[in-house]
Design a protein around this ligand. Structure first.
Ligand code: SF4
Length: 162
C-alpha cells in the first residue's frame, strides 16, 4: 500500500500560522484516508515553530535557494526563521522515508509546502513560480509533490506505482 505524505492542515489540523486549518474535503482524499495511506505532517511545527506564529515568506528566491543558502525565510517583522524551516523540511523527509511515501500532497503557496507557487517575499500577497523549502527537499530526494489542486495528478502517479 503506497503511503502519501500530506500537509497536516489539509487534513484539518489547526497548525497554520494563524491557528487555523485548510481542510480539504475531496472524495479521493477520503478514500485514501480510509485505505490508511495518509501520513499527516506539518514541517513548520515539526521544525519547532509555535501555533499561532508570525506569517513568513521566502526572501531572495524559493525553497531550493533556501536549501542552497542563497535565500532566507523571514517573518513579516524581519525575524529570520530559516533554521526551523530547514529543520522541518528534513523532518518531513525523514517521515516520508519512514513511511515509504514516494508521493506528497502539500498545501499550495506555503513557504514550506508550496509546489508551484510561493509568495514573493515582499508581504504584498503576490505569488511567484517556485516551491517551498520542504517541497524542494522532498523533490531532491525523488518524492513527487503535488498541490491540493492536483489531486488527480497525484492519483495517476499512485496508480502508476502499484
Ligand atoms: Fe500546512 Fe505546511 Fe503550513 Fe504546516 S507548514 S501549516 S502543513 S502549509
Amino acid at each position: 500500500m503506497q503511503k502519501i505524505l500530506v500537509s497536516a492542515c489539509l487534513l484539518g489540523s489547526r497548525v497554520r500560522y494563524d491557528g487555523g486549518a485548510k481542510r480539504l474535503d475531496h472524495e479521493l482524499l477520503a478514500r485514501w484516508r480510509a485505505e490508511g495511506r495518509l501520513v499527516a505532517f506539518c514541517p513548520e511545527t515539526a521544525g519547532g515553530l509555535p501555533v499561532p506564529r508570525s506569517p513568513a515568506e521566502i526572501v531572495g528566491g524559493d525553497g531550493a535557494a533556501v536549501l542552497d543558502g542563497t535565500a532566507r525565510v523571514l517573518t513579516a517583522t524581519g525575524e529570520d526563521v530559516t533554521g526551523p524551516f530547514v529543520l522541518g523540511a528534513h523532518k518531513a523527509l525523514e517521515a516520508a522515508r519512514a513511511a515509504g511515501a514516494r508521493i506528497a500532497l502539500l498545501k499550495e503557496s506555503s513557504p514550506s509546502c508550496g509546489s508551484l507557487r510561493v509568495y514573493d517575499g515582499a508581504f504584498t500577497a503576490t505569488r511567484v513560480p517556485g516551491h517551498g523549502v520542504t517541497t524542494a527537499l522532498l523533490r531532491r530526494a525523488g518524492i513527487r509533490v503535488f498541490g491540493e489542486d492536483r489531486l488527480s495528478d497525484a492519483a495517476a502517479c499512485l496508480d502508476d506505482r502499484p
